[in-house]
Design a protein around this ligand. Structure first.
Ligand SMILES: N[C@@H](CCC(=O)N[C@@H](CS)C(=O)NCC(=O)O)C(=O)O
Length: 241
């Protein structure tokens, strides 16, 4: 059976890691049996989570994991899409994963002290006390240098959140009143969208981007519906830790 290595569940959502939510959602959407292994990024082949182990094969990076799962077990979610629809879905996936994700990361690692403490507790409390503080310090430096390297960290918080609001507007406008991003059926874009959106509007990290996303009723309803459909064991707004 596929082993999915990811951070431990917390916050009443599938995972505090956007990309771990994406892969677990994808596995559930495709009804692929899997087993979760709680892990930390340093255990990942590229120093990141998630990664999967399938038989003797280890695959990391959520994009490559989805490609691997599609080529190994078939593409049951996206095969019906036209070339144009696939291009649109890919563009939104990149908006979510390569832009909005980094604004969400800024709000956790580099915005208010309260957010940092919430984030730190959720990630590092699995470690013993001394190791916890040290690991949090090292990782905070590491993630902040990634945020700087991406470029979003060179903007003021206000500028970054304003750009994030543009992403939220585009997502809300595109989803409109459709049940899923690409229409009546869930596709792999929904795994990405739910993963990044639930980690923006459905988690205890406060920011102008969360406030803005919460004004978009269709995005909130979408996340609630995705969670009820694919993670029925997690009540919306719960805080299981
Ligand atoms: N492009 C990667 C991104 C994965 C990623 O950034 N994972 C985060 C957790 S959300 C991580 O492990 N970060 C640790 C680090 O960068 O040191 C993917 O799609 O899987």
């Amino acid at each position: 059976m596929i082993k999915l290595h990811q951070l431990a569940r917390t916050w009443g959502i599938p995972n505090l890691s956007h990309f771990c939510v994406k892969i677990e959602t994808y596995l559930r959407m495709t009804k692929q049996p899997y087993q979760v292994v709680d892990s930390l990024p340093l255990k990942g082949p590229r120093g990141k989570l998630p990664f999967i182990v399938d038989k003797d094969k280890k695959v990391s990076d959520s994009r490559l994991i989805v490609n691997y799962l599609k080529s190994t077990y078939g593409d049951t979610l996206d095969a019906h899409l036209s070339a144009e629809q696939k291009a649109i879905a890919k563009s939104f996936q990149r908006l979510l994963e390569e832009h909005l994700y980094w604004i969400s990361m800024t709000s956790r690692w580099n915005y208010t002290e309260a957010n940092w403490q919430t984030n730190k507790k959720a990630i590092f409390s699995v470690l013993p006390p001394v190791a916890r503080d040290l690991a949090a310090l090292v990782y905070r430096r590491r993630i902040n240098s990634q945020i700087l390297g991406h470029g979003i960290g060179r903007l003021s918080s206000q500028e970054a959140f304003d750009l994030g609001k543009e992403d939220i507007d585009a997502l809300a406008d595109f989803l409109a009143d459709k049940p899923y991003f690409m229409g009546d059926k869930p596709t792999s874009l929904d795994a990405s969208a739910y993963g990044i959106l639930v980690n923006t509007l459905g988690c205890p990290i406060e920011s102008p981007i969360k406030d803005h996303a919460l004004t978009k009723k269709n995005l909130v309803n979408y996340c609630q519906k995705m969670q009820a459909e694919f993670f029925p064991e997690l009540a919306w707004g719960g805080t299981n830790s």
